[in-house]
Design a protein around this ligand. Sequence first.
Ligand SMILES: Nc1ncnc2c1ncn2[C@@H]1O[C@H](COP(=O)(O)OP(=O)(O)OP(=O)(O)O)[C@@H](O)[C@H]1O
Length: 240
Amino acid sequence: MATSSLSTVQSSINHKPLQLSPQRVSPKLNLIRIPQNHSIHCGYSCFEVKDVSYRPPGTELNLLNKVTFSLPERSFGLIFGQSGSGKTTLLQLLSGISKPTSGSICVQRYGNDGNPDKLPEQLSPEKVGIVFQFPERAFLWLTRLLMKLHLDGQGRKSSLQLREHLALNLQRAVNWVGLNGVSLDKDPHSLSGGYKRRLALAIQLVEVPDLLILDEPLAGLDWKARADVCKAFEALEEKN
Ligand SMILES: Nc1ncnc2c1ncn2[C@@H]1O[C@H](COP(=O)(O)OP(=O)(O)OP(=O)(O)O)[C@@H](O)[C@H]1O
């Protein structure tokens, strides 16, 4: 999750006092790991970002320099930095939308002795969910998803099995984010800001991703919508 307004997120999530120990992960970006209820046992995976730099094609300047951090599985991290420090750029690299100029982004599995027990693996973009700062960007995916309930990728009528799978997963995701009462036939653009954000989150949860990225999930929302979206996160944390 990226945020430029840390204090708001702190006070909004769970209303729990957080032990904040920010870690500098690049010259301009910081990371806070939010403690989770479950303990990490020996034999676990870690999402690892090593020395990642990024320079957009055709430009002279790095937008990101040597970003390095790791997040153990089932954990929650907040990335923060000043406006223009490259948070969104980093999230786009983590999601696979763009590729680092140098460095690596992978999942490393560790054995019971705490040493890597496999070669690092790349996280495929299908295993990553991203909710953009502007949730409207997700609505095209909703249209595609609803189409898949009728037609498969090759234009044939979807199998009963695929339709059932998608419909069940969609219903589960809608329940998780508390959108049960909202008709998906309704134009999503007509929803309130908080509901748009929750719908964008639900779309990413249809096929539960290994990594869920939220870009400023509370930006532009009023206090009620912020509370609603935070409630959806709390519900998700309980499912984790
Ligand atoms: N393709 C690009 N080419 C050149 N510069 C870019 C490109 N994309 C982003 N930038 C610049 O990179 C910097 C970092 O942008 P980014 O959106 O990642 O920052 P941010 O930390 O998310 O900012 P904010 O908190 O304001 O949303 C900005 O100065 C932006 O103008």
